[in-house]
Design a binder for this molecule. Structure first.
Ligand code: ASP
Ligand code: MG
Length: 428
């Protein structure tokens, strides 16, 4: 008998029909002889709607209350799903994050898991119940308060439970058939990827592919949890994200041993670009600036340093960070301006990031040339560049991002004739 953790995203449970479909899916898995633990997200765009609602009432909601509010979304779906399964004659019981033993630090809005002790979940499963756990939330044993783990955090809840329960697989159900070579909402010729290494998936998620939460992929890799990303709207086999050991096992005779050069193109609209203009060009200034940013708890992504337009002996330092962290970071920089001695700050949130990812890239010369040539032909101006061994990322103007994604996807031969199916969701 296998233990399967199934996670259903918001678009899979957006209405009563969706909840019934998910309930059937779970019951089928149980009827096939498996133990099932389920993690659910909030229905549809509930989390966004709750955020909008809070925004209409105050500009500056206390982080603790925000977590109280947002965690309610997942509690609605878990209870509704449990009663649907119960009504259909199967045993089901729901648990909040804290009841399921998801212990986190006390940082509201982006809490990190410190311990998972799912005794109640285990007991429920042993008694023949489907255990349904609210995603994205936990509790801090220090503050005794409810926390949330950041947008998209239910994926991480699912993997953390799968690891703690020693599950055979963690299935992530979503509104497309798996991980695609680009967002099928932008590139209709994108193809589904059958298997991908955790390493490449990590780069895709880090580069803005919203299909899986970055922390979920990191967690799965650390604990060796196999992930199967698939659609709750179809029976199709999805994408397997395999920790490297399993990778080797998966290769069948006759299959090419080398990975394709490129696995996909990711994009991200959630970041802004900050330029600190006229920084004195002496040792220690970059450290001071990033010290200020770290103090504001911002996650910096790309960094570029240039000769300054402000004149000799000065440099400009540009970096990107999540738009949602922009205000705090700018405030902190302004407070430090006279101490650090720079001249001005520029802020631009009309930017987009495009990343090309592939493990085969590290041994293939000419990838960068082809990449920049495609951007050039599509009339896309490149603002910032960064690379890793298996990734090239550029920042462009937001208006040009979709064109850039399509051009790069095409030039690397990733386009197919079959149109990708998007079953639901807004991609919001
Ligand atoms: N409901 C939360 C969100 O929308 C968590 C999740 O969906 O994973 O971000
Ligand atoms: Mg989600």
């Amino acid at each position: 008998m296998s233990l399967i953790v199934q996670k259903f995203g918001g678009s899979s449970v957006s209405d009563a029909e969706g909840i019934k479909r998910v309930a059937r899916r779970i019951m089928d898995t149980k009827a096939a002889g498996n133990d099932v633990v389920v993690v659910v997200s909030a229905m549809g765009d509930t989390t966004d709607e709750l955020l909008d609602l809070a925004g209409q009432l105050t500009d500056d909601p206390p982080a603790r209350e925000m977590d109280m509010l947002l965690s309610a979304g997942e509690r609605m779906s878990m209870a509704l799903l449990a009663m649907t399964i119960d009504g259909a004659g199967e045993k089901a019981v729901s648990f909040t994050g804290s009841q399921a033993g998801m212990m986190t630090d006390a940082v509201h809005g982006k809490a990190r898991i410190i311990d998972v002790s799912p005794q109640r979940v285990r007991q429920a499963v042993d008694r023949g119940y489907v255990a349904i756990v609210a995603g994205f939330q936990g509790m801090s044993p220090d503050s005794n308060d409810v926390t949330t783990m950041g947008r998209g955090g239910s994926d991480t809840t699912a993997v953390a439970l799968a690891a703690a329960l020693n599950a055979d697989v963690c299935e992530i159900y979503t509104d497309v058939d798996g991980v695609y070579t680009a967002d099928p909402r932008i590139v209709s010729a994108a193809q589904k990827i059958d298997t991908i290494s955790s390493e490449e998936m990590l780069e895709l998620a880090a580069s803005g592919a919203k299909i899986l939460h970055l922390r979920c992929v990191e967690y799965a890799r650390r604990f060796g949890v196999p992930l199967h990303v698939r659609s709750s709207f179809s029976e199709h086999e999805g994408t397997w994200v395999l920790p490297s050991e399993d990778d080797k096992i998966k290769i069948q005779e006759g299959e090419p041993l080398e990975q394709p050069i490129i696995s996909g193109v990711a994009h991200d609209r959630s970041e802004a670009k900050v330029t600190v203009v006229g920084v004195p060009d002496v040792p220690g200034k970059a450290a001071e600036i990033f010290g200020v940013i770290a103090g504001a708890h911002s996650n910096i992504d790309m960094i570029v340093q240039n000769v300054s337009t402000a004149g000799k002996d000065k440099t400009d330092i540009s970096f990107t960070l999540p738009i949602v962290e922009g205000k705090e970071a700018l405030d902190a920089l302004r407070d430090a301006q006279s101490r650090v001695g720079f001249e001005a700050i520029e802020y631009d949130d009309q930017v987009g990031k495009l990343s090309l990812i592939g493990a085969g890239m590290r041994s293939n010369p000419g990838v960068s040339y082809k990449f920049f040539q495609a951007l050039h032909e599509a009339g896309v101006n490149v603002d910032m560049i960064s690379t890793s061994e298996i990734r090239i990322s550029v920042v462009t103007h937001a208006d040009k991002l979709d064109d850039a994604v399509r051009a790069v996807h095409a030039v690397f031969g990733l386009d197919t004739d079959v149109e990708a199916t998007v079953y639901g969701g807004t991609g919001r």
